[in-house]
Design a protein. Structure first.
Ligand SMILES: NC(=O)c1ccc[n+]([C@@H]2O[C@H](COP(=O)([O-])OP(=O)(O)OC[C@H]3O[C@@H](n4cnc5c(N)ncnc54)[C@H](O)[C@@H]3O)[C@@H](O)[C@H]2O)c1
Ligand SMILES: O=P(O)(O)OC[C@H](O)CO
Length: 319
């Protein structure tokens, strides 16, 4: 039977490992820290990252990477983007990998580009509207696995699809990967809208215009122009901007309440990506107005009301 190694025992890695194990896949969950691994084994619950979800008694969990990778068919790389390169350094380059983080490399490059440059050849990404809190409880969800190698995408689909987790394939690696990056930034903005109580009209306008902004950016990076309307774009935008579970949306709400969401100790992909996308827009003289307003707010360069005025006061144009 194919063996799947889930590398990273945060919320998403734990949810994927648990869900796949319950559907009779051969899975091992790898956590970096031995003491945390022991806690997972003792409690059969990930209290730090996925509290309240019991883990199957016989789900193998280890902090020994060699053991996790022994005879592996597919490795899911499920750590935050800031840790992806570090983890990839430790993997044999022939390991078939699916990258699950929704963020960018340190220089603003796509994580699949980072992996390719490091010598990985068989790779894909997984992205879609998938909150760990729901997938781990067996609630129905759909997602996309993308790879430029269609055969690999179909193989990964066959390993990951279950009755509660519907996996589509795509060969638009760029579009699928970047949809997940952009929607996190927009979710921070949506949290600001919620926290400032700007109303449903404002939130709808934000999400709809954000889709245009996402499309512009994705196209500039070489994505197919329709991918943004799929699960990894529009689908995840809706899920993240409206969800009680979203860490990115909650970060925007905290900002609106005068708190700094960066103090929590957990990485918030949308904030990190805001900085990297701002850099990219500056370098390429690109127009990413929502990203820019979130950046200016994070940097305390503008007030919330100035941010609203900037977006509402842009040049009049046709839709
Ligand atoms: N949580 C979700 O619902 C969800 C769903 C889809 C995608 N994602 C994406 O998956 C990625 C991981 O998210 P998460 O919610 O699981 O994060 P998390 O904050 O819940 O957990 C992160 C885990 O990664 C570990 N880690 C951090 N750096 C590491 C490194 N260098 N090597 C090994 N382990 C490391 C941490 O110790 C922790 O266990 C993010 O990019 C996120 O956007 C999350
Ligand atoms: O909690 P968030 O904001 O990181 O979002 C989690 C997933 O990306 C939703 O698809």
């Amino acid at each position: 039977m194919a063996k799947i190694a889930v590398l990273g025992a945060g919320g998403w890695g734990t949810a994927l490992a648990s869900m796949l194990h319950q559907h009779a896949r051969s899975v091992v969950l790898w956590a970096r820290r031995p003491e945390f691994t022991q806690e997972l084994l003792n409690l059969r619950e990930n209290r730090d990252y996925l509290p309240g979800v019991p883990l199957p008694d016989d789900l193998p969990i280890t902090s020994d990477l060699n053991q996790a990778l022994d005879h592996v068919t597919l490795a899911l790389v499920v750590v935050p983007s800031v840790g992806v390169q570090d983890l990839l350094e430790q993997l044999p380059r022939e390991t078939p990998i699916v990258l699950c983080a929704k963020g960018l490399g340190a220089g603003g490059e796509r994580l699949s580009q980072v992996a390719l440059q490091m010598g990985f050849k068989t790779l894909g990404v997984l992205s879609g509207p998938n909150h760990a809190e729901e997938v781990s409880r067996g609630l129905p969800a759909a997602t996309v696995v993308a790879s430029e190698d269609e055969d690999f995408a179909v193989l990964a689909q066959s390993f990951l699809m279950t009755p509660s987790f519907r996996v589509y394939t795509s060969t638009d690696l760029v579009g699928v990967e970047l949809g997940g990056v952009l929607k996190n930034v927009i979710a921070v903005a949506a949290g600001l809208v919620d926290g400032l109580k700007l109303g449903d009209n404002a939130k709808s306008a934000l999400m709809t215009r954000a889709l245009k902004e996402m499309q512009r950016y994705l196209s500039a990076q070489g994505a197919d122009e329709d991918t943004v309307f799929g699960l990894s774009g529009l689908g995840d935008l809706i899920a993240t901007c409206t969800s009680q579970h979203s860490r990115n949306r909650a970060a925007g709400e905290k900002l609106a309440q005068g708190q700094d969401p960066r103090q929590g100790g957990k990485a918030i992909e949308g904030i990190r990506s805001t900085y990297l996308l701002h850099e990219w827009a500056q370098t390429h003289h690109a127009d990413l107005p929502i990203v820019e307003v979130v950046y200016q707010i994070l940097e305390n360069r503008i007030t919330f009301s100035q941010g609203i005025s900037i977006l509402m006061g842009r040049k009049a144009r046709s839709e």
